[in-house]
Design a protein around this ligand. Structure first.
Ligand SMILES: [Cu+2]
Length: 237
């Protein structure tokens, strides 16, 4: 009796096996299809998110003029969200050349933590230094691109000089935000990719006459905003 029951069970199992196998063959393909569909949906979702973030990223246009309305070039503009929410950005790098006994560019704006290289493209040696509290350093007499990078790890203004050539000067504005730009010859600067927020916008120029200029403005930026600065400058030396 037990034997009969055992055989019956075994038969039932055997009888079921082909069906199970057939199902087993079906399962992976429908599962694969669902998986593929899942990945497609995920891809589409990510694409939409990317497009949305591009659309949501705001632009701040800045116009810098003197009190008479003439455009000011080389003004440094930086914008810091008043919410304190800053996107994390990997450390950046920048280059300041020495060409024909001048620093090029004359004015740079970089985010705190940026490493800067100082290639000497002249056929004479330079000795680059800064006494500024935001970054004190000296690159002893060198030529070519041997100069190692300098990391600017504190916000503030750094004034560069050369110990050999007194007329050599350059300015580095180190800012605690990834949102910055320099005005062009038309006095225009554009800050891209801002998250919607209120921003403390700061304008600075190396010839600024501090007492007469409005250098801070708070601006709400949702999709696009424009801000104007009138800076009084000292006479060029
Ligand atoms: Cu020099």
């Amino acid at each position: 009796m037990f034997e009969q029951e055992a055989r019956r069970r075994a038969d039932r199992r055997c009888g079921h096996r082909p069906v199970l196998r057939a199902r087993a063959r079906l399962l992976p393909s429908s599962f694969d299809r669902r998986l593929a569909l899942g990945w497609t949906m995920l891809g589409l979702g990510l694409l939409l998110l990317l497009l949305a973030s591009k659309l949501l990223a705001a632009t701040l246009d800045v116009q810098v003029m003197d009190p008479a309305g003439a455009p000011i070039a080389d003004a440094v503009i930086s914008a810091t969200p008043t919410s304190g929410k800053l996107p994390s950005k990997p450390p950046q790098s920048a280059i300041i050349d020495q060409i024909h006994r001048r620093f090029v560019p004359l004015v740079s704006v970089i985010q705190t933590g940026t490493s800067v290289t100082f290639p000497n493209k002249d056929n004479i040696e330079h000795d680059v230094y800064s006494f500024s509290p935001a970054k004190t350093f000296e690159l002893n007499l060198y030529s070519g691109i041997a100069a190692h990078p300098v990391v600017f790890d504190k916000p503030g203004l750094v004034v560069l000089g050369c110990n050999i050539h007194d007329q050599m000067i350059a300015y580095i504005a180190v800012v605690d935000t990834p949102y910055f730009a320099k005005s062009d010859a038309a006095g225009h600067a554009r800050l891209d990719g801002l998250a919607a927020d209120s921003y403390d916008v700061v304008a600075w120029h190396y010839r600024i006459a501090d007492d007469k200029s409005v250098t801070h403005q708070t601006v709400r930026v949702d999709t696009a905003a424009t801000v104007r600065f009138a800076l009084a400058l000292k006479e060029a030396e």
